[in-house]
Design a protein around this ligand. Structure first.
Ligand code: DHB
Length: 304
């Protein structure tokens, strides 16, 4: 079940989402040894970061909430890892300023192994900073600078990670701002930002940073993820959409393909289950393909 996104060749279209279990060398090498179709790194910044303090991740059956605060080992570490990752390697870039991202991206162009880039425009958990992808005016300026100052075409593929949108006019708004840039893929959705989960027994939020406010994931967000994939695919028929949000089973993967995804990523379920989730979910997906007598991904027709 191969898929090619620009020059990024994925043998399996199911990847890890940037976020859980992809920060340290051990975690990245465990992904290398798994059935994840690529290794996607934690979003990296110029300097290493410890992230937010206190309990910062919580989950239950249907839902996760996190306010990690971008803990990562710094961009140079993720560049170095390109020597050890043999699979397609997608580095998530989450610098705290435009200047930082230009520096980080230009550094990744000097690596011997070509990498894919997922530019994260949608981190909800940095104290004092909003999500760039919700600021339509800044978004265009930002991408203009990036494309002027970095030779983006030299990456295996270049994509952006977007937050969920909830209003049809917002999809068009994003389209107006980004359609002029040669972006190879859009990953959507990041977590549903700024949720609040309260434990009524303890009479406290379940996580500590930012008064308990954090990004939501898990199966409850799947309908939002499907809708974002569907709406962006309609607007950008030529751009590959990587679907993310609430995938737990092969059936969920199949639904994302029906909505228009070319590949998918798994976050909350990967956090819960570990790297075994990629084999299980892929096998479940193959079983569905077989039951429908579909031989390749192109047999799946996007819903009208
Ligand atoms: C973090 C959360 C995100 O949703 C993201 O896109 C990047 C970083 C975090 O809190 O670490």
């Amino acid at each position: 079940m191969k898929i090619k996104i620009k020059n990024l060749e994925l043998e399996i279209p199911i990847l890890n989402a940037s976020g859980p279990r992809c920060t340290t060398e051990k975690e990245l090498l465990d992904l290398e040894d798994s059935l994840s179709g690529a290794v996607v790194s934690k979003s990296c910044t110029l300097e290493m970061r410890e992230g937010n303090k206190g309990k910062r991740y919580w989950d239950c059956e249907t839902l996760s909430i996190n306010s990690m605060g971008l803990p990562n080992l710094g961009f140079e570490f993720y560049g170095e890892m390109s020597k050890k990752v043999k699979k397609p390697y997608i580095i998530s870039v989450g610098g705290l300023s435009l200047e930082d991202n230009v520096t980080i991206l230009n550094h990744f162009l000097t690596l011997e192994k070509k990498v894919g880039i997922e530019l994260n425009l949608s981190c909800p958990n940095i104290i004092g900073k909003g999500q760039l992808a919700y600021d339509f005016d800044c978004l265009e300026e930002y991408l203009t600078e990036i494309f002027e100052r970095v030779d983006i075409s030299k990456f295996l593929a270049f994509g952006i990670k977007l937050p969920p949108y909830f209003e049809l006019t917002h999809y068009v708004g994003v389209y107006m701002k980004i359609s002029k840039f040669p972006i190879d893929f859009i990953t959507c959705i990041n977590s549903v930002g700024n949720g609040l989960v309260i434990d009524y027994e303890r009479e406290k939020p379940v996580i500590e940073p930012k008064n308990g406010i954090g990004g939501l994931g898990g199966s409850i967000i799947k309908p939002v993820g499907l809708s974002n994939v569907y709406n962006f695919k309609k607007l950008f028929p030529k751009i590959d959409i990587i679907g993310c949000g609430g995938i737990e089973t092969g059936k969920d993967v199949f639904e994302y393909f029906l909505a228009g995804a070319s590949a998918v990523q798994i976050g909350t379920q990967f956090h819960k289950e570990g790297t075994g989730c990629f084999k299980r979910i892929y096998e479940e997906f193959l079983e569905i393909m077989k039951s429908k007598n579909y031989k390749s991904l192109s047999d799946i027709k996007i819903i009208p």
